[in-house]
Ligand binder design. Structure first.
Ligand SMILES: Cc1ncc(COP(=O)(O)O)c(C=O)c1O
Ligand SMILES: N[C@@H](CCOP(=O)(O)O)C(=O)O
Length: 461
């Protein structure tokens, strides 16, 4: 399996090369050159299998000869061992035909662990074998950063720098990033929003001299391996409630479009998904795009679901590549227009988008009301991101088709919003009970590429 850039101007790479290099040299994102498929019989056999065994079967066709089967099985088993739930990500029933997929039982309490724990193991094996050392730089609106730090802290072959928007993550998220004492971890509070952090990260990748000087690597969903690992739970959850013998729909709280793109990949691989529903908070560029065909940036407005405070949705580029018939030049032209504010989808591309995706938006008051309503109706306590998902799912779903909404973070990461909605302040689990007692280590930086590069160079000395 080879990986090609969405902008069509970078060399095709193997899985290992794509994983270790992150962004393509032409500024595009790597995608598989074709979508491998699984038969209905293969998918049906996932029922009753362990998460790890399904993960192996789903991801194997993408990995090529980067890992032997035995090596890959070992990597998967080490990745999911620290999860607090035997199912890794259990389904919880909300009503007769609506389920929550709880993706927050990993060490940092967000769905990012589902992929990041695996990537940590894959990087470790690949770097050891190649005798390489890398500098990981990540951009985060709160959850990717803590998951990356957890997965890579203390590793000899890696330094990890995380850019987060100063003052725009929850206190739990910030402390998860600033309290680890391992010296290979560097938390950088950037004067800007998440889009600024992600833009500076991409600038670093596009500065080819800097990129090779520091052996830059990325673990955001820029990295194909991140998206791939997230495909697995669409299979485990859908087969648990009857796929492939009945179609299932998914609602995904969306920001950078990585998680829902993973659902799209599962569908391309043969999983019978009826609708993929994009759920946004008030930062609703993706909802506006589906509704109107115009993909126009507006400023990021801070919300109570801060991890989705994103207007430049990186992985939307991967979808554009497919809906524009895999023409890199067309995608590159759209990305140029986006720098200047946005673009209009062609009618053909919009039709293809709407053939797969529905979308909805959930405002601040609706988010609080949804947390309250679900608590009263079912006893479940949702984080604000998951509440955005449930609200949109309830508004749009066809009651005759089973709906699975992704619950992307533990409510204790966002206690203020949960308390405002329900009067209850959720507790952190025991392994994080000393989070507020630990000393923080953080560097405040301006939203400036060369300042960031200088800081990274100095820290690496
Ligand atoms: C808790 C939470 N929910 C939802 C999202 C949105 O996921 P994606 O960026 O893959 O669309 C994120 C981060 O992006 C998140 O941290
Ligand atoms: N919500 C994310 C934003 C980055 O997304 P990624 O999937 O590209 O890593 C976060 O919490 O950091």
């Amino acid at each position: 399996m080879k990986y090609v850039s969405t902008r069509g101007q970078a060399p095709a790479l193997s899985f290992e090369e794509a994983m270790l290099s992150g962004l393509a040299l032409d500024g595009g994102l790597y995608v598989p050159e074709s979508w491998p498929t699984l038969s209905a019989e293969q998918i049906r056999a996932f029922r009753g299998m362990s998460y790890e065994d399904v993960a192996f079967a789903v991801m194997r066709p993408f990995v090529g000869d980067t890992f032997t089967d035995a090596e890959f099985q070992e990597i998967i088993s080490r990745a999911y061992a620290p999860f607090a739930h035997v199912a890794r990500c259990p389904l919880v029933q909300l009503d007769a035909n609506h389920w929550l997929l709880e993706l927050f039982h990993g060490p940092t309490l967000a769905f990012k662990d589902m992929a990041m724990q695996l990537i940590g193991q894959m990087f470790e094996v690949a770097l050891k074998r190649e005798g390489k050392r890398v500098t990981i730089v990540g951009a985060t609106s709160g959850d990717t950063g803590s998951a990356a730090i957890e997965a890579f802290k203390g590793l000899d072959a890696v330094d990890v720098f995380i850019l987060f928007p100063n003052g725009r993550v929850s206190e739990v998220q910030r402390r998860q990033m600033t309290t680890p004492s391992e010296t290979n971890v560097h938390a950088l509070a950037v004067a800007g929003d998440f889009d600024d952090c992600q833009a500076r990260l991409k600038d670093m990748f596009n500065d080819h001299a800097f990129r090779s000087e520091v052996s830059l690597a990325g673990v955001n969903s820029i990295n194909w391996a991140r998206v791939l690992a997230q495909v697995v739970y669409f299979f485990t959850s859908a087969t648990a409630i009857g796929a492939p013998d009945r179609p299932v729909s998914f609602t995904v709280p969306t920001g950078n479009f990585g998680d829902i793109f993973a659902g799209y990949v599962a569908k391309r691989m043969g999983l019978p998904i009826d609708r993929l529903v994009i759920a946004t908070n008030q930062n609703d560029i993706l909802h506006r795009t589906v509704a109107t065909g115009a993909h126009i940036k507006e400023g990021v407005a801070p919300s109570i679901s801060p991890s989705m405070d994103i207007q430049v949705s990186s992985n939307f580029e991967r979808l554009l590549f497919d809906v524009y018939d895999r023409e890199g030049a067309a995608v590159a032209a759209l990305m140029d227009e986006l720098k200047d504010g946005g673009f209009e989808l062609s009618q053909g591309a919009l039709d293809r988008l709407r053939a797969e995706f529905d979308s909805g938006r959930c405002g601040e008051d609706e988010t609080l009301a949804e947390i309250r309503a679900v608590r009263e109706r079912t006893g479940e306590i949702l984080c604000p991101h998951s509440a955005v998902g449930v609200h949109v799912a309830e508004t749009l779903r066809d009651p005759s088709v089973p709906m699975i909404t992704l619950a992307t973070a533990h409510p204790a990461k966002f206690p203020d919003a949960v308390e405002e909605a329900t009067g209850l302040r959720p507790d952190l689990p025991p392994h994080m009970s000393d989070l507020f007692a630990k000393e923080e280590r953080v560097t405040e930086v301006s939203n400036d590429l060369s300042a960031l590069q200088t800081l990274i160079r100095e820290r690496l000395k």
